[in-house]
Design a protein around this ligand. Structure first.
Ligand code: MG
Ligand code: MG
Length: 641
């Protein structure tokens, strides 16, 4: 598959854009007139610059309001296009995009329009150019690819073809299946972008809200399957127009773009095996089975403080690593590794972020296939020097530079704990409180990164994304979204912040971009757990009286139930379908990390979004006051537990 991207999709100076596009593996670009309005050199220099990056110019755009005009406007429109051909000759590109006219003087009439294109075909051919006609959703007489195709068919000229754009088709709810009837050699170029299904003027939406395939709600897969069924094997090009891609980091935007195309191609190949899309084959989406371990990095002193908290949660250190300063803490099916190494990745993570989660081990169906799929989708593989008897566990870089390791039960990786750890004979020291497994891992990132990491998780794993919702923090809104597999065995919540005044934002600023802010453990009986936690000396996050008055009013709960929730600082939620959710939080630790304990009843699949504002307010009351410096000897890792 040839991949291409319109330069407007990426932020920055042309040279930065080209660097980002080329290094992400694209084959070509669509160049916009505005790209060299801002550039000082002549088009020939720009063309050379593009080729020096190893890229092709697949298309030049835009020309609008060309067809169906009366004289003298008609002649002027042809003259304008001749000037574009001059530029294209200099640039070294041969395909021009003409999008359907919205000109108020345009006369319409399919044969008139076809005649204009037939004449344009003659002029283009004389200059070794080709012209592709694109139906814009708000075109005056041509606003649908089916009409554009009829124009191209009637123009009947080898230099005139159709350009298909997913946005113009799908945002208007036009059925893309008719594309299957268009001959492949008449399709000159294909543009892809997604959008949310919201009621909005299409022209406005097109200019500001065209997003990555998969980021919106449009049936891109139907569109691309229809195109590929024709046998088309030309470029698939991203044409993204939105504040985010143009304002973000060029390299990230380009990498995300390419990943979204490869992911889409992989899905098409799976439903249309005869498709000519020759995207590299990759293993199927990885099936997640659970969180196998969570690894913290700490220094010795802070590891002791973290240990106090883990002990209060009922964990005990049960094994030591055969060669490294790693301690395994266990309870139920939960493995927590505390790493106090003085070198290697974990130590670097400690230097950068302080005591924090540096590594998450995911149990998957097939660890090596997972890493291969991640790599094919552009993820960065992670490896470090192995000691004797250590297993090579496949891994990639995740959010905030952290690491994700992949384990499975079918290979020797299943024996990692027995092979790499020596039991301490301290199983009796576990004072279990009923923590059974990791329910979810909450990661914080800047708001722009939400798109990237959503795509990362959804393209590699069998997780679905929930709609985004806003957590109102008095210091700023936190955009939150859950990613979870259908059986709930692994759940991530992504929290996007754009200010460091929110609690999540401060955590990110204070920990210099550490990603995991909280880990939630699942229990079967939260009241029983709460009692045992109290016996262990665990200090839960105090929740205000107001909260319990609020839930007593919102839900049909017996007064003694409310009293019982209140006495244990348990938060409560219902989903309206009989599902209920119970939550206990720990006090914040260090830069604002905390633990959560949850019980899900009757298929509740949310995260207590209604409670987030109360929880945030409670955490903020206990956190380091604003303006107090941290990590100056008493800062990093200072336990408040
Ligand atoms: Mg377009
Ligand atoms: Mg949570």
């Amino acid at each position: 598959m040839q991949t291409s991207i319109a330069t407007v999709s990426i932020a920055g100076e042309l040279n930065d854009k080209l660097n980002a596009i080329a290094s992400s593996g694209f084959d070509g670009i669509e160049i916009f007139e505005q790209d060299f309005v801002a550039q000082s050199g002549p088009p020939s220099e720009i063309g050379q610059m593009v080729r020096d990056h190893g890229l092709r110019i697949d298309l030049f755009q835009p020309v609008r309001d060309f067809e169906g005009l009366p004289e003298p406007l008609r002649s002027k429109a042809f003259d304008r296009i001749e000037r574009r051909f001059d530029i294209m000759e200099e640039l070294g590109t041969h395909l021009l995009l003409v999008s359907s006219s919205a000109h108020p003087d345009s006369l319409g009439g399919i044969d008139r329009i076809a005649a204009d294109f037939a004449e344009l075909g003659e002029r283009a051919a004389a200059r070794h150019m080709r012209v592709g006609f694109e139906a814009r959703a708000w075109g005056r007489f041509v606003s649908d690819y089916r009409d554009a195709w009829e124009v191209v068919r009637r123009a009947d000229h080898p230099a005139i073809g159709i350009i298909l754009d997913s946005f113009h088709t799908l945002a208007k709810r036009v059925d893309p299946s008719g594309i299957r009837a268009i001959p492949a050699d008449r399709i000159f170029h294909v543009q892809l972008s997604d959008a949310l299904r919201i009621e909005m003027d299409l022209e406005y939406m097109s200019r500001h809200f065209r997003c990555l395939p998969g980021e919106g709600d449009l049936p891109l897969l139907d569109f691309m399957s229809a195109v590929s069924a024709t046998g088309y094997d030309g470029p698939y090009s991203l044409e993204l127009l939105n504040g985010q891609s143009r304002g973000g980091i060029a390299r990230t935007a380009a990498q995300d773009g390419r990943r979204s195309l490869l992911y889409l191609a992989d899905q098409v190949r799976r439903i249309e095996p005869s498709s000519p899309i020759t995207a590299q084959t990759m293993p199927a989406k990885s099936r997640l089975r659970g969180v196998e371990f969570v690894e913290f990095t700490a220094n010795d002193r802070e590891a002791a403080a973290l240990g106090h908290m883990l002990a209060a949660l009922g964990f005990a250190p049960t094994a030591r690593h055969i060669a490294k300063s790693l301690t395994l803490w266990r309870q139920g099916n939960i493995n927590i590794v505390v790493n106090t190494e003085q070198e290697g990745f974990a130590h670097s993570a400690y230097v950068m972020h302080g005591t924090s989660v540096c590594d998450i081990g995911l149990l998957v169906e097939n660890a090596s296939a997972t890493a291969e799929r991640a790599k094919k989708l552009g993820a960065n593989l992670f490896a470090q020097r192995l000691g004797a008897r250590e297993l090579a566990i496949p891994a990639v870089r995740g959010v905030g530079g952290s690491v994700l390791h992949f384990l499975d039960q079918e290979t020797e990786l299943a024996d990692v704990w027995e092979r790499e750890f020596v039991p301490l004979g301290t199983e009796d020291a576990i004072r279990p409180v009923g923590l059974n497994r990791v329910d979810h891992v909450a990661q914080v990132m800047s708001q722009e990164e939400m798109v990237s990491w959503t795509l990362f998780y959804t393209s590699i794993f069998n997780v679905e994304k929930s709609p985004e919702f806003d957590v109102v923090d008095p210091g700023g809104i936190v955009h939150s979204r859950a990613l979870q597999c259908d059986d709930g065995s692994v759940r991530f919540t992504l929290n996007g912040v754009n200010t460091d005044r929110s609690f999540a934002g401060r955590f990110m600023a204070d920990s210099y971009g550490s990603s995991v802010q909280h880990i939630a453990f699942a229990v079967h009986n939260i009241f029983e757990t709460a009692g045992r936690l109290a016996d262990n000396g665990f200090e839960s996050l105090p929740i205000s009286e107001n909260y319990y008055a609020d839930i007593a009013a919102r839900f049909d709960l017996a007064p003694e139930t409310v009293e019982s929730l209140k006495s244990h600082n348990i938060l409560y939620d219902e989903d309206g379908n009989g599902g209920a959710y119970f939550q206990i939080y720990s006090k914040p630790y260090g830069d604002g990390f905390f633990f959560e304990i949850v019980q899900r009843q009757n298929g509740y699949s949310g995260y207590g979004a209604q409670n987030a504002a109360y929880r945030t307010a409670a955490l903020k009351r206990l956190a380091r006051p604003v303006g107090v410096p941290h990590r100056n000897g008493t800062g990093a890792g200072k336990s408040t537990a």
